[in-house]
Design a protein around this ligand. Structure first.
Ligand SMILES: *[C@@H]1O[C@H](CO)[C@@H](O)[C@H](O)[C@H]1NC(C)=O
Ligand SMILES: *[C@@H]1O[C@H](CO)[C@@H](O)[C@H](O)[C@H]1NC(C)=O
Ligand SMILES: *[C@@H]1O[C@H](CO)[C@@H](O)[C@H](O)[C@H]1NC(C)=O
Ligand SMILES: *[C@@H]1O[C@H](CO)[C@@H](O)[C@H](O)[C@H]1NC(C)=O
Ligand SMILES: *[C@@H]1O[C@H](CO)[C@@H](O)[C@H](O)[C@H]1NC(C)=O
Ligand SMILES: [Zn+2]
Length: 941
């Protein structure tokens, strides 16, 4: 019954939006003025400094005052409209309001005078975010709006006016979240010019090649002037444009001039859009702190421009919102150009490619990624599997909210993107760290409840640098819905150990490997173990298992280190050869499929442009990548090597320079080759900014094509010096060919596919045939004049001479038709890492899910319901085996939960699926640009 009532409400709302929009006039040009503010969830100041308006010496901005002032001004004139976007701020403000103020605001929302658009916790970055974290942050914001305002608070329009390029996966997610349309401000300047000419600034984005249209179709509008008001019409306190002076008795009467200028702008804008409705964004960054200035002038503008209609003017101006504007575009019933690729990379001029931020702040990017893993695994899943006992137990009170909020804030387009000031980056990291603390209490309680032992638990947060307090037993939690084998490397002092699994069925002796000089260097004085014990663990789906580790008194000595380059290392799956003269990789073979490619890998740096250049004065910076030359410097032609072999692992340690080293690592049971790189401190004593890459050069015939993922989900085809929807004039042969790599990239020809899985978002490209390069670290000496006002020159207390960053690339070589069967699970294992801690075996699932199904979300929703997201993770063309539809029995899924009922929701969980109705849009047929997009299907062999 309740559901029925809600349905009626939604229908009501649908008509309501239509009726709360101001009437437009047929046969006129209708100009929709959209008053708005763009409030970054941290950038030059931290999110809380922005909220309060603290540190106005850095930037004058205070969101609390904006909301105070706007509400006040909306109440003064019912015609006025405002939109609000970032729920992280709105939530902060709402909590502080009196209940009478809250009632007033509800009325404004119900009447369509205050409209929420986008409505996520933040406006996420599109290049460097992982889809699972984006869905979560949107869910958090939209849930607050639903619970606070009901259906009238549900945003119908997605609004990404500032992100620096747009990902196809974001459009797909927005469609599945039920949005009717999407607006953004930034796109490549050549793309914009072409679209203006062809009136294609509005389009239908078909954002998935696997979901049946219109499931992932999203109407997309490109705003006329970024997100700023037209030239001469900024009436914020931060602007200098002339106010409307309309008293003829006073000096400087300017109404005629203002109206003339406005009509000229409106008419020229109308020429490049398709319908007789146009939009103007009346606001900008942190505007409307004194909203009276804006509204007083907008009231007058509307009055004086419309007064001319009496004299035959055909221009009608109105207060509007994106959903009112969208509704008119929908009513126009036209057909729209279809777009199937994405909007990367973004350039705002010939030498200004925003492709540096794909890699900026690599340590923060890794911390954000591993925090997501930690949130999904420890906070969310264990909270569900062990219930309330996890939130309050022998270890105190824990929660998942702190980490959820920290993660939501970190998705902002100046957070994980790396384009914030240093003190703000520190603030994001501090919030995540606090989230980890709260999660660990929750997880300790949860494991105590599940295992019945409340022994003190310790966590290995620093395993990557061989720091971990564990020695006797290790508990491994597997967050994936299938059994997985992971390598574990534990820092120890002994030389040989007995390792036995939970049932003590398998007991093996393992030798240790000495901790490398490079690791000691990064570890500094944060750990002292001299050896690493390496073995592989297997854990059940969504469950944990315990291994015990005991020192073997008279065991074998540590594996001995060989100081010459081995010709090859191999396990039963892979063989890797080295060039004995250079110490570099020389080939990679898959022994199962019997394929071999030539593969050399080395490290290089591009000399960052300092801005002193004849072509342009654009330097490289936090946003922009602009190498001074297209030829990178080789760091060293040869690598000094040493190698070590135990029954668990084979390692070749390569040393290229005091600031660049790598471990080529092959675990005994692994189908992937691990390259663990360590880069930094990047030297700057030569006064040259450096952008460090690793490049894989292979015998694969790529003929300019390569493939990158979109937000960690679907794969997109890329082609060097080419864009699918316009004729590119390439002006930056390196930076203009860089694309975001969120979790993986591959190159292939008919017989070989080399896939590289990354452990964080990075930028990369395929500049030469057979080659794939990935940017690992950047250290720059100049600001790139996009507002952040600092060079990207990261140091820390532990690394005062410059940040040292360590990461992993996993390489797999496969036959193209079945490569996805290998690389999808591999990428998952990197995104969702197992949890290690010290103590029986337990699985939250009755049986593993089929390989095509990924358990994306399992989180407590309220007292007696959980939110479960299952996804089919294969693209339609990717795998003969795994791309097929699959069926999952929810009744028989969990071992600790009994399923009483299930309701299906949209992707962001703020609407019941059966109540989700979206505008229908018709694509143009036979557009000239459509045929430029090359669909790729594998021919089954
Ligand atoms: C309309 O035209 C008349 C005659 O030219 C003029 O007096 C009047 O001011 C005009 N009205 C407006 C609003 O400009
Ligand atoms: C939209 O246009 C199509 C033809 O282009 C027409 O058949 C249809 O009736 C129109 N719909 C509306 C609501 O006007
Ligand atoms: C290894 O020995 C060092 C001293 O040599 C000590 O500081 C460290 O705690 C020991 N580590 C482990 C894991 O036992
Ligand atoms: C970069 O950081 C180093 C170390 O803190 C400092 O000495 C140097 O002045 C900085 N350079 C610039 C251009 O900020
Ligand atoms: C939206 O919020 C209302 C009121 O709290 C709640 O009853 C409803 O279940 C929510 N809708 C969804 C889809 O969660
Ligand atoms: Zn912004």
């Amino acid at each position: 019954e309740q559901r029925l009532k809600l349905k009626d409400l939604c229908l009501l709302l649908y008509f309501y939006i239509i009726s709360s929009c101001h009437a437009t006039k047929p046969n006129m040009l209708n100009v929709h003025l959209v008053p708005h503010t763009h409030d970054d969830v941290g950038w030059l100041k931290t999110v809380d400094q922005y909220f309060y308006g603290d540190r106005n010496d850095i930037q004058h901005a205070g969101v609390q005052y904006i909301l105070d002032s706007v509400v006040d001004q909306l109440l003064k004139n019912p015609d006025r409209r405002f939109i609000y976007v970032e729920t992280a701020f709105f939530y902060r403000w709402w909590k502080q309001q009196s209940s009478s103020m809250q009632q007033t605001v509800k009325k404004l929302v119900n009447e369509g005078r205050l409209e929420f658009v986008n409505g996520g916790w933040c406006m996420s970055d599109e290049a460097t975010t992982h889809y699972s974290a984006v869905i979560d942050q949107m869910t958090m914001g939209l849930r607050f709006l639903n619970e606070t305002f009901g259906p009238c608070g549900r945003p119908r329009v997605a609004w990404h006016i500032d992100p620096f390029g747009h990902a196809r996966e974001h459009a797909s997610m927005f469609a599945q979240m039920g949005y009717d349309g999407f607006f953004f401000g930034r796109l490549d300047y050549q793309d914009r010019a072409r679209r203006r000419r062809d009136k294609e600034q509005e389009l239908l984005w078909r954002a998935s090649d696997s979901l049946t249209p219109p499931m992932a179709d999203l109407f997309t509008g490109i705003l006329p002037n970024g997100y700023n008001p037209p030239e001469g019409f900024c009436w914020d306190q931060s602007c200098d444009d002339p106010p409307i002076r309309d008293d003829p008795d006073l000096e400087d009467y300017n109404v005629d001039d203002v109206v003339r200028r406005f009509l000229a702008i409106a008419n020229s804008q109308a020429i490049v859009y398709k319908t007789d409705h146009i939009i103007m964004t009346m606001g900008s960054d942190f505007q409307y702190e004194n909203a009276n200035l804006w509204y007083k002038n907008l009231d007058k503008l509307i009055h004086y421009v419309n007064a001319l209609q009496a004299n035959g003017s055909k221009v009608n101006v109105l207060y509007s919102t994106p959903s009112c504007y969208l509704q008119e575009l929908h009513r126009a019933n036209l057909t729209w150009a279809l777009k199937m690729d994405d909007f990367f990379p973004y350039a705002d001029d010939a030498h200004d490619f925003w492709t540096g931020y794909f890699t900026s702040r690599p340590a923060l990017k890794r911390y954000e990624r591993i925090s997501n893993s930690n949130l999904q695994v420890t906070c969310n899943q264990l909270e569900v599997l062990s219930g309330p006992a996890s939130r309050k137990g022998p270890f105190g009170e824990g929660d998942s909210q702190t980490m959820k909020k920290a993660m939501a804030v970190a998705q902002h387009h100046d957070a994980v993107s790396g384009t914030e000031k240093q003190h703000v980056a520190n603030d994001y990291a501090r919030r995540l760290a606090h989230g980890w603390q709260r999660c660990q209490v929750l997880v300790s309680n949860s494991l105590a409840a599940l295992s019945g032992s409340s022994a003190e638990r310790m966590y290995c947060d620093n395993l990557n640098i061989s720091v971990c307090p564990l020695t006797e037993s290790i508990n491994v939690y597997n967050p994936l819905a299938r059994p997985v084998t992971w390598p574990v490397r534990l820092p120890v002092n002994g030389t040989a150990y007995l390792v036995s699994d939970a049932n003590a069925l398998s007991v093996s002796v393992f030798q240790v490997v000495p901790v490398s000089a490079a690791t000691r260097e990064v570890r500094r004085n944060r750990g002292f173990a001299v050896n690493e014990l390496v073995f592989q663990v297997q854990a059940p789906p969504l469950g944990f298992t315990t291994y015990s580790v005991s020192l073997l008194q008279d065991g074998p000595p540590p594996a001995s280190t060989q100081h010459r380059t081995p010709t090859a290392i191999q396990n039963k799956f892979l063989r890797v050869t080295f060039d004995p003269d250079t110490g570099l990789l020389s080939s990679l073979s898959n022994l199962e499929t019997k394929q071999t490619i030539k593969l050399t890998q080395n490290f290089y740096w591009y000399n960052a442009s300092d801005g002193n250049n004849l072509q342009s004065d654009q330097p490289s910076g936090a946003y922009i990548f602009r190498p001074n030359s297209s030829t990178p410097f080789l760091i060293s032609k040869t690598a000094k090597t040493e190698s070590i072999q135990t029954s668990g692992v084979q390692e070749v340690r390569q040393w290229f320079a005091p600031w660049v080293s790598q471990v080529v690592r092959l675990y005994t049971d692994s189908k992937a080759l691990e390259l663990e790189w360590t880069v930094g401190p990047v030297p700057i004593d030569d006064d040259l900014g450096k952008e460090v890459i690793t490049r894989l050069d292979t015998s694969i015939k790529t003929s300019q094509y390569f493939y990158t993922d979109s937000n960690g989900r679907e794969m997109l085809q890329r082609k060097t010096d080419f864009r699918p929807t316009w004729n590119l004039r390439q002006s930056e042969p390196i930076a203009g060919n860089y694309y975001p790599i969120n979790s993986r990239a591959f190159i292939k020809d008919d017989v070989d596919q080399l896939t590289v899985v990354t452990d964080r978002s990075q930028g990369g490209g395929s500049i030469h045939n057979g080659s794939l390069e990935i940017m690992l670290h950047r250290r720059l000496l100049y600001d790139d004049v996009r507002g952040v006002g600092e060079p990207l020159n990261e140091t820390s207390n532990i690394f005062p001479k410059g940040l040292v960053v360590r990461g992993r690339l996993l390489l797999s070589l496969d036959r193209p038709p079945s490569a996805a069967d290998a690389h999808r699970p591999l990428a998952q294992e990197v995104v969702l890492q197992p949890l290690y801690d010290n103590p029986k075996k337990f699985s939250g699932l009755q049986a593993a899910l089929p390989p095509a199904v990924h358990l994306l979300t399992l989180t407590q929703w309220d007292k007696d319901s959980v939110l479960l997201r299952l996804e089919h993770q294969f693209q339609s063309w990717e795998s003969k085996l795994n791309s097929q539809p699959v069926t999952v029995n929810l009744q028989k899924l969990f071992s600790t939960l009994e399923v009483l009922g299930v309701s299906e929701l949209n992707l962001s969980a703020n609407q019941w699926k059966d109540e989700m109705t979206r505008f229908h849009w018709t694509p143009m047929t036979g557009t000239g640009h459509l045929n430029l997009f090359i669909r790729f299907y594998y021919i089954s062999s």
